[in-house]
Design a protein around this ligand. Structure first.
Ligand code: GTP
Ligand code: MG
Length: 170
């Protein structure tokens, strides 16, 4: 007889300033596609990533792709409800998007917590890493410290455009 299947559904937020690549990261992760064309998200978009975690377990990640133009607005409280994880994204070619990260984190922490009252675990994504040589490279080694100071679990260098094996090493 087959053991019962376990299924989990997790709501995960993706936030950060306009044009940092939130939609692109999600499209890459869920549909394995990338487009150079920029169309700003309006409000919020959704995507579902289904992971066969192991033989008996299916994990569904409901990704909430929140428009950068919602920046700390009234709507974010509604969008954040019942999230169990978050990605805060910045663009390594634009310092202002990194400067905005603590405000996104504060926005999250002030509007949503886990059921036990703890902050929703958040991961920082340093996106457009394929463009890092044009960007904030001198700032980036400090991201470890930045994560500690701002309550991030960790950070990852990402590119929605280029395969990891083609990215510059740090
Ligand atoms: P809003 O919806 O306005 O908040 O923006 P967003 O964060 O969803 O950004 P989006 O994914 O639409 O990407 C903005 C632009 O950056 C697009 O032109 C993308 O093609 C480009 N882009 C996104 N990710 C990357 C990346 O990793 N590398 C490069 N080179 N370009 C990227
Ligand atoms: Mg978008």
């Amino acid at each position: 007889m087959q053991p019962p299947l376990k299924e989990y559904l997790y709501k995960v937020l993706v936030v950060g300033d306009l044009g940092v690549g939130k939609t692109s990261i999600i499209k890459r992760y869920v549909h394995q596609i990338f487009s150079q064309h920029y169309r700003a998200t309006i409000g919020v978009d959704f995507a579902l990533k289904v992971l066969q975690w192991d033989e008996n377990t299916i994990v569904r990640l409901q990704l909430w792709d929140i428009a950068g133009q919602e920046r700390f607005g009234n709507m974010t409280r509604l969008y954040y409800r019942e999230a169990v994880g978050a990605f805060v994204v910045f663009d390594v070619t634009r310092a202002s998007t990194l400067e905005a990260v603590p405000r996104w984190k504060e926005d999250l922490d002030s509007k949503v917590t886990l059921q036990n009252g703890k902050p929703v675990p958040a991961v920082l994504l340093a996106n457009k890493w394929d463009q890092a040589k044009n960007g904030l490279s001198s700032e980036l080694p400090k991201l470890d410290q930045f994560c500690k100071e701002n309550g991030f679990v960790n950070y990852f260098e990402t590119s929605a455009k280029v395969k990891p094996s083609c990215l510059p090493k740090t």
